[in-house]
Design a protein around this ligand. Structure first.
Ligand code: PBG
Length: 313
């Protein structure tokens, strides 16, 4: 086992092949090589076509959810054809196969959503058509601007910008982190905390390997960013407690990374008419207040919100 030939790379890094995924893979390779003093060719990039990249005309939540981003990579990782997978943490299901784990999260990039086509939520023209297929973005937007009309908008960052350019919508949302990684930070206006709550795990690159692979686990652990892990694990704990799926209109922002974290979460009805919010403060790893926040939100869930989250809790 693991008797690599002298020319074999030390690690085979599996990634989706979209431009954003490839940029994240390149960043991960750079961090691994810097941490271990390796030449670049010690980490081989292995692009794997994901089902989610094949179907572009329907919302992700309709065609099978987040598993469409991970299914093929999971298969390759499980079979030992790659040593690690690199994901946008936001696209990874809340519950993962127990044979895998995440030894590393990279330092969180800009977690904000950017609005493209208007300078702020208030500046969106009356009655504008907004292109998005994220239930969270649609619901939050309609909550603030019930006059807007939402149309489905999928595809990678370049595709969405092209659709906007072609007039299929007046405005759209893109994650600042994605734009930055693609060298397009000039595109769009970042939405601040007072105005807009981003998605759980937004801006975080998650690195996964087999839990039984001690060698890869140790090599990856060297590039883990503890403050990012604290925020991300709390955000994922909230989603797990809420029992949400990718259909669930939920926005959550956890900040503070170091020794004292604050979380703000909002649940919406899909049409944006109903909104409930709550906050929690806690120490890294102490998820009791996060669970209490989830329980409180579930208890307060209105009829338009409740069906999209865990029932009977
Ligand atoms: N759903 C696609 C996706 N997954 C992660 C990002 C952005 C990068 C990140 O959040 O780390 C994007 C693009 C977007 O939402 O605009």
């Amino acid at each position: 086992m693991n008797e690599a030939s002298p020319n074999a790379p030390r690690l085979r890094l599996g990634t989706r092949n979209s431009p954003l995924a490839m940029a994240q893979a390149v960043e991960t390779r750079a961090r691994l090589c810097a941490a271990h003093g390796w030449a670049e060719d010690e980490v081989e990039l292995v692009p794997v076509l994901a089902s989610g990249d094949k179907v572009l005309d329907r919302p992700l939540s309709e065609i099978g959810g987040k598993a469409l981003w991970t299914k093929e990579l999971d298969q390759w990782l499980g079979e030992g054809r790659i040593d690690l997978s690199v994901h946008s943490a936001k696209d990874v299901e809340t519950i993962r196969p127990s044979e895998f784990h995440f030894p590393a999260f990279l330092p969180r990039a800009d977690r904000r959503d950017c609005l493209v086509g208007a300078a702020s939520i208030a500046a969106i023209p009356q009655g504008a058509v907004v292109g998005t297929s994220a239930p969270r973005r649609a619901a939050q937007l309609l909550n603030l601007r019930p006059d807007c009309k939402v149309v489905t908008f999928r595809g990678n960052v370049a595709t969405r910008l092209a659709k906007l350019e072609a007039g299929e919508a007046d405005v759209t949302f893109l994650a600042a982190a994605g734009l930055e990684r693609l060298g397009q930070s000039a595109v769009g206006s970042p939405l601040g905390e007072g105005e807009w709550i981003p998605a759980a795990a937004q801006g975080v690159i998650a690195i996964e390997c087999r839990a039984d692979n001690a060698r890869t686990t140790a090599l990856l652990a060297a590039i883990d960013h503890a403050p990012t892990r604290a925020e991300l694990e709390a955000e994922r704990a909230l989603l797990a407690e809420l029992g949400g799926t990718c259909h669930s209109p939920v926005a959550v922002l956890c900040t503070g990374g170091g020794d004292s974290l604050s979380m703000r979460a909002a649940l919406f009805s899909p049409d944006g008419a109903e909104r409930i919010e709550g906050t929690a403060s806690f120490a890294p790893g102490d998820h009791a207040p996060v669970k209490a926040l989830a329980a409180d939100l579930l208890a307060r869930a209105t009829p338009g919100i409740a069906p999209h989250f865990r029932q009977g809790k």
